[in-house]
Design a protein around this ligand. Structure first.
Ligand SMILES: NC(=O)c1ccc[n+]([C@@H]2O[C@H](COP(=O)([O-])OP(=O)(O)OC[C@H]3O[C@@H](n4cnc5c(N)ncnc54)[C@H](OP(=O)(O)O)[C@@H]3O)[C@@H](O)[C@H]2O)c1
Length: 257
């Protein structure tokens, strides 16, 4: 059987970098994207050490040309695509709606949401062929209205519904929105640093406490169920919003070291 091919965005650091390494360790080949070409190449090298073939497509995924190029790379180099994971995400602008900077909102939506649409438009023909899976990395913020996180919360809520509409439209693919929990990455550092004095104090204190109490999950811990979902989620889940800690999601890890 040929090796599964995964296209993964936001793979230069954080959850995406851990997911790339996990996929490689699980015997997948990869197309990976992020803006920082040097860091992306370092992740690619780590994946190649597991025997994976890895193509890097550096660039802003908010630009539809980058999304198109990433899918083209999968088609040209591997001739197939088994899973698309849109993991790239940005939190800012952190500000109340009353002070919304529309350009900043649009930029956030480009990366968090429109990139997924551009990736899907390009990838659906080959995903149908492989009866592949789509995992849109979402957030608890999709269902919790955190003050000052309007751009992020709304884009993640839209991603959840995108997975649902996709499931209704595309019977040959399995589409999920995925909740990674609270992960020890740069995004959490950004909340602690840039959220001070802007986020409501109680909400900001909650995120400080996550770190102080050691409640942030290591990216590697969340990467395992993320890749398991991308490779093995049953079609019956299509359209659902699943969390990494859900029992059914954790059950996908059984028998897979
Ligand atoms: N950390 C958490 O607690 C948490 C909780 C819920 C949901 N999430 C979600 O999980 C996903 C991964 O987050 P993370 O915590 O790993 O964040 P992170 O450490 O900030 O990493 C974000 C990744 O996205 C890439 N990225 C950002 N803007 C991009 C752009 N315009 N084009 C291409 N790539 C871009 C970054 O690479 P470059 O800078 O090199 O482009 C990086 O690889 C995100 O969708 C996030 O919303 C995280």
């Amino acid at each position: 059987m040929s090796r599964p091919v995964i296209l993964l965005t936001g793979a230069s650091r954080g959850l995406g970098a851990a997911a790339a390494r996990e996929a490689a360790a699980q015997g997948c080949d990869l197309v990976i994207n992020a803006r920082n070409a040097e860091r992306l190449e370092a992740v690619a090298e780590a994946c190649r050490a597991y025997g994976a073939a890895v193509i890097t497509v550096p660039g802003d995924i908010g630009d539809a040309h980058t999304a198109q190029a990433a899918v083209e790379a999968a088609r040209a180099h591997f001739g197939r695509l088994d899973a698309l994971i849109h993991n790239a995400g940005v939190l800012p602008p952190i500000a109340p709606i009353a002070q919304a900077d529309l350009d900043a909102w649009e930029q956030a939506w480009r990366v968090n949401f429109f990139a997924a649409v551009a990736l899907l438009r390009a990838a659906l023909p080959i995903l149908r062929e492989s009866r592949g899976r789509v995992v849109l990395v979402s957030s608890g913020a999709a269902i919790h209205p955190y003050p000052t996180w309007g751009a992020y919360c709304t884009a993640k809520a839209a991603l959840n519904h995108l997975a649902a509409v996709l499931a209704a439209e595309e019977p040959q693919v399995t589409a999920l929105a995925f909740r990674p929990g609270v992960v020890d990455t740069d995004m959490q550092a950004q909340i602690r640093e840039q959220g001070a004095g802007v986020m409501p104090p109680k909400l900001h204190a909650k995120f400080i406490a996550y770190q102080q109490q050691g409640r942030l999950e290591a990216p590697e811990v969340v990467a395992r169920p993320l890749i398991a979902a991308a490779l093995r989620a049953p079609h019956a889940w299509s359209g659902h919003f699943v969390a990494y800690y859900d029992e059914e999601v954790q059950a996908l890890l059984k028998d897979h070291p």
